[in-house]
Ligand binder design. Structure first.
Ligand SMILES: [Zn+2]
Length: 330
């Protein structure tokens, strides 16, 4: 006798890409992971249509590869940019998508005729790393996803901590300098205003305007508008002094922010995902040193600070995990 395998579809809705895939509810089998551009500029209907068609294609792949029936697909876990209202399944505001109070969970559930859950994308990425990635087996986890912004997720005793109104985990918008840089959230001195991809590029630009010598302008053929954080990491690897200083400063900012989190949450793992991990050990070494300088010793000694192990798929894996937890199967 063979046991029937059950599957859950995960959807990671980002401002640039939508990633969809299926996992068995036990997590040991992954089917049909695929990514397509979000095309947010074409409006909410087009984005929803694309999500629905990607989910349907994934279900077909599951049925084909598992030999099961549609009844074996339990539902859809969706990760989306916040802030969200999880009780009502709403995306409250998503500036990158131009959405406001959009009932994403129920729209998708109705269209694919399956139950669905909705959670914050960075929460999902953190839960994905906990279930299958760098934070496997950990009890308390803090996750940071560093890209265009800095998203975060907090896991306490193996469950996401959402807070009373789904705001918990907005690590990018914690203050590291009371009189600091303006952040796009309207506050000043947020971690995101220093250590997100665009913030790193902006700091590079400002340093070059001070006439600092660097290989960076040459790497973008003199067009400084093309300068990105990735250019900075690349230059740092070739020994460019300015780029190395920019990476070290990024490590200091992140280290200060993460030291705060160690003293508040005392996690066993901090997992850092996103483009910034391309910087590698030249970022992680000074970052860990900064945390050691600032946080309490027992918190530092008990904590591993590691890069994510599921680039591109942590959000989908975690969206599946949030759906699974909603069924009480964890
Ligand atoms: Zn902010």
């Amino acid at each position: 006798m063979t046991t029937r395998q059950h599957f859950i579809i995960g959807v990671d809705l980002g401002g640039t890409n939508i990633v969809v895939g299926a996992l068995s509810d036990t997590g040991d089998r992954q089917i049909g992971m695929r990514s397509e551009p979000t095309i947010a500029e074409r409006g909410v209907e087009v984005v929803v249509e694309r999500m629905v068609s990607m989910v349907e294609q994934t279900i077909e792949a599951v049925l084909r590869e598992s030999g099961g029936t549609r009844d074996d697909v339990l539902g859809v876990g969706i990760g989306a940019p916040g802030p969200l209202d999880r009780d009502r399944g709403l995306v409250v505001v998503a500036p990158n998508l131009g959405w406001r109070d959009f009932p994403l969970r129920d729209v998708i559930a109705d269209r694919v005729r399956l139950p669905a859950t909705l959670d914050n994308d960075a929460n999902c990425a953190t839960l994905g790393e906990w279930w299958q990635g760098a934070a496997r087996g950990a009890r308390h986890v803090v996750g940071l996803t560093i890209g265009t912004g800095i998203g975060g997720g907090i896991i306490i005793d193996g469950r996401l901590h959402h807070g009373i109104s789904d705001v918990a985990g907005e690590i990018g918008h914690t203050t590291i300098d009371v009189n600091g840089r303006y952040c796009r959230c309207g506050n000043y001195g947020c971690l995101e205003a220093y250590a997100s991809g665009p913030a790193i590029a902006q700091r590079a630009l400002e340093a070059l305007e001070r006439d600092e010598i660097s290989s960076l302008p040459r790497m973008v053929d003199g067009d400084l508008t093309r300068l990105t954080a990735a250019t900075v990491y690349e230059a740092a690897k070739t020994g460019d002094a300015l780029a190395r200083e920019l990476v070290r400063d990024t490590a200091t900012f992140l280290g200060a922010g993460i030291a705060n989190l160690l003293n508040v949450f005392n996690p066993d793992v901090v997992v850092i995902a996103g483009g910034v991990t391309q910087a590698g050990e030249p970022l992680f070494d000074p970052l860990r040193a900064e945390v050691r300088r600032r946080a309490f010793r027992p918190a530092v000694d008990a904590c591993r600070i590691v890069p994510g192990e599921l680039p591109g798929t942590a959000g989908v894996v975690g969206a599946v995990a949030t759906f699974k937890q909603s069924l009480g199967r964890d």
